[in-house]
Every structure is written in structure tokens, then in C-alpha cells.
Design a protein around this ligand. Structure first.
Ligand SMILES: O=C(CO)[C@H](O)[C@H](O)COP(=O)(O)O
Length: 231
């Protein structure tokens, strides 16, 4: 995909609640349903209280999904550690958490030097203003609307003002939203100004994922149009 290049809607399924024993097939199914990219959740059991997988799995997945954009959502402490491994495995974007490192600039540099795009995630308790010194260096900011660690949690509406704040300031920034996003909450995501839509259990479990993606895309496209018309 590349990212959106000027802020248009991109839908990236989170595979956390998919059948991880058949990850390639699950990703393929969601790509065929119209997804724009895959949001791959990496958890280390330290930054978050759960474990998933690391770069060896991504390396196996890469040749099975040629051309599919992989965003690695690195819910790990010391995110600097895994940059080379993920780049070598074929990841396209490395989204680390602001809360996970003492040196965000060093981490951003390392990711760029490794040839990947860079995202910065912020957890629900984190003030959105912390990202401001870094925005010019980032490809995306990922606003969490659940405390990371598990799929299927309740969407935290109280995080939406962070997206409104960022969209007000940065018209073309790719702003991701992650946690509890699906057809029931997509209107709120659109009204706030999100354009990178990470949807896990609602999309992976949808009886018709194509319809689900197209519905969410329609709402986000209209939301972005509405926001831009008011400028
Ligand atoms: O990062 C995550 C959790 O830490 C997941 O991407 C996210 O929660 C998606 O799952 P769901 O849409 O079911 O909430």
C-alpha cells in the first residue's frame, strides 16, 4: 500500500484474535476482502501482559504475502532491540510505543536507517502532546483506544479527543486508531478524524469481512471529507 500519502482511509486488520496457527491464510482472507495492510501485534509479556510472536514468524509470513504492507505494532519494552530483525524479516513499518523507550529519537532514527516507515503509539493514559516533538519525524501516530495487551476489549471513547487534537493540528498526518474498532464504533473514529483503521475481533470475526471493510471505509471517507470541508 504505502501509507495513505495525504490522509485517506486505510483499513488494517489486527490478527490478534485470528487463528494464529494459520496466520498466512487468515491474512490472505482479509487481504482478499479488501484490507489495505496488515497490523501485526507483537507482544513481549513485559510491556504488556501477553505474548504473541516475533520476527522469525514475520520472516515466514513475508513470502506468503508478497506485496502486502506489514505494520508491526511493537508492544514491547526496549523497542530498539528488534528493529534490525523486523527489517530483515520484511516488515514495512515499525510502530513502537512512546512509553516503551527513553530515547524516542534514537529509536526513530534506527527504524528509518533500517528502511522502514515509523509509527509511534500512545497508550490511553498518555497525554497526546508527548508526540508533538516527534511528529515531523513520524509516518503515523497510533492512538490506542484500549490498554494494549488483548483483543476484544471495550472501545475507550475518552481517547477520541487525542485524535481530534492531532487532526486539528495536522491535516495530512496518518492517524491510526486501535482497540475496539468495528462497525459499531467506526462513526466515532471518523468524527474524530482517524484514517488508519485497525480493527481486530470485529473484523476478523465478521460473517462478511468484505462488507465490514467497505462499510467502515465509507464512514471514514465521509468523515474525512466532512472535516476537510470545514477547514
Ligand atoms: O493492539 C491491540 C491490543 O493490544 C489490538 O490491535 C487491538 O486491540 C485490536 O483488537 P480489537 O479490535 O479486538 O480491540
Amino acid at each position: 500500500m504505502a501509507l495513505s500519502n495525504g490522509c485517506s482511509c486505510r483499513i488494517g486488520p489486527s490478527i490478534l484474535n485470528a487463528d494464529l496457527s494459520d496466520l498466512a491464510k487468515e491474512c490472505q482472507r482479509l487481504v482478499e476482502a479488501g484490507s489495505d495492510y496488515m497490523h501485526l501485534d507483537v507482544m513481549d509479556g513485559h510491556f504488556v501482559p501477553n505474548l504473541t510472536f516475533g520476527h522469525p514468524v514475520v520472516k515466514c509470513l513475508r513470502p506468503k504475502l508478497p506485496g502486502v504492507f506489514f505494520e508491526m505494532h511493537m508492544m514491547v519494552s526496549e523497542p530498539e532491540k528488534w528493529v534490525e530483525g523486523m527489517a530483515d524479516a520484511g516488515a514495512d513499518m515499525y510502530t513502537f510505543h512512546y512509553e516503551a523507550t527513553d530515547d524516542p529519537v534514537g529509536c526513530i532514527r534506527k527504524i528509518k536507517e533500517a528502511g522502514m516507515k515509523v509509527g509511534m503509539g500512545i497508550n490511553p493514559p498518555t497525554n497526546v502532546e508527548v508526540v508533538l516533538p516527534y511528529v515531523d519525524m513520524l509516518d503515523t501516530v497510533l492512538v490506542m483506544t484500549v490498554n494494549p495487551g488483548f483483543g476484544g476489549q471495550k472501545f475507550m471513547t475518552e481517547c477520541l479527543p487525542k485524535i481530534e487534537f492531532l487532526r486539528e493540528k495536522f491535516q495530512t498526518l496518518d492517524i491510526g486508531i486501535d482497540g475496539g474498532v468495528g462497525p459499531k464504533t467506526i462513526q466515532q473514529c471518523a468524527d474524530a478524524g482517524a484514517n488508519l483503521i485497525v480493527s481486530g475481533s470485529a473484523l476478523v470475526g465478521a460473517s462478511n469481512p468484505r462488507e465490514c471493510i467497505s462499510y467502515m471505509r465509507g464512514i471514514i471517507d465521509s468523515g474525512l471529507k466532512e472535516i476537510n470541508s470545514k477547514r
